[in-house]
Design a protein around this ligand. Structure first.
Ligand SMILES: [Fe+2]
Ligand SMILES: [Fe+2]
Length: 201
């Protein structure tokens, strides 16, 4: 009865895979892709209660950053970037901005992608001098077209999202925005192969 659930491709090395195998796998990949926002929300919840010495936990910081951007009239893509910018804290101990940037890359503009990927260096202007680093590390990017965009994100939102008294919207406020943004990728090497399945849904 649930043959499609039980069905498995039969190849043991990829070069032996057939079109029929991929007719099984691609719909499964589409289901997996459709549930991406749910996995992201679950992963954001891992930051709940994770203070790491900061005045607010990492989920609160993420919600405050997104709330500030939302209240400032930023568009949904930007607000989602704000919400996710530190999602890599659990896995990228030495490069957390790269994690969020990789997750967001298929769905956002080059400018917002660059902003998320480099926000750590720009936030460093506010504290690197306290830990023996160069607070002006961001200056290496002075000529980059997204420098001001990224400096502004940090100054207006990321920098200001550490106040325990500051209101923050719940994740449920942002979930529909996340789902809309990730409904279909704008950039992906797999886009053309997965597009028909996406349109059929
Ligand atoms: Fe960060
Ligand atoms: Fe942050």
């Amino acid at each position: 009865m649930n043959d499609h659930v039980l069905a498995r491709a039969s190849f043991t090395c990829m070069e032996q895979s057939t079109k029929e195998d991929w007719q099984l796998i691609v719909p499964e990949a589409m289901k997996m892709a459709k549930a991406l926002p749910d996995r992201i929300l679950d992963h954001l919840r891992l930051l709940d209660g994770d203070f790491g010495g900061f005045p607010v936990d990492r989920l609160t910081h993420s919600r405050q950053t997104a709330t500030l951007a939302l209240k400032d009239g930023r568009d949904e893509e930007y607000v989602v970037c704000a919400l996710l910018h530190d999602i890599g804290d659990t896995l990228g101990s030495f490069n957390h901005p790269d994690i969020a940037a990789a997750i967001l890359k298929p769905f956002v503009s080059d400018e917002n992608h660059w902003m998320v990927q480099h926000h750590g260096v720009f936030q460093g202007y506010n504290f690197f001098h306290h830990i023996g680093l160069d607070r002006n590390m961001r200056d290496q990017f002075k000529a980059h077209p997204s420098y001001e965009h990224t400096a502004e994100f940090v100054a207006l939102y990321d920098n200001r999202a550490f106040d325990p008294a500051q209101p923050a919207e719940p994740l449920e406020t942002f979930a529909p925005m996340l789902r809309r943004l990730m409904a279909s990728p704008r950039n992906s090497i797999y886009k053309a192969a997965m597009q028909p399945a996406a349109q059929a849904q």
